[in-house]
Design a protein around this ligand. Structure first.
Ligand SMILES: [Zn+2]
Length: 128
């Protein structure tokens, strides 16, 4: 009768047990998730946005987190970024330009009746 050695049973080996624990979250990841959660709570919305369009994103938030910013500092940064008068419109769809001139039915006869160009939502100056 041939003698075959028994297969070693590794199921009780610590390494096997570790591999079976799929839901392992590293302390770093745990800290990051808690950070995001609190930042979202303070901002009142998800931070999974478009960095260029919304001024915030998960990537941007992670950069801030990795840079050691506190949640409050990051939230402040997102808010300040959004209030930037530069090119942001109060309307989510963006600026909608109109003319105040008489040529467009307005009462402004400056610039040969064209008046000034302005945003109908936030009043931003389109000529600036
Ligand atoms: Zn606007």
């Amino acid at each position: 009768m041939p003698c075959t050695p028994p297969e070693p049973d590794l199921s009780d080996h610590p390494f096997a047990i570790h591999m079976a624990t799929e839901s392992y979250v590293s302390p770093y990841e745990r800290r990051w998730l808690a950070w995001v959660k609190k930042a979202e709570k303070l901002l009142g919305h998800s931070i999974d946005g478009d960095q260029d369009r919304d001024g915030y994103s998960l990537d941007g938030a992670h950069d801030a987190f990795a840079d050691g910013l506190t949640i409050e500092e990051y939230v402040q940064e997102v808010r300040t970024g959004r209030d930037e008068p530069d090119d942001a419109c109060t309307d989510p769809s963006g600026h909608e330009w109109a003319y105040s001139g008489t040529a467009y039915g307005g009462d402004d006869d400056s610039y040969f009746g064209e008046g000034r160009c302005y945003c109908v939502h936030c009043g931003a100056d389109g000529d600036a």
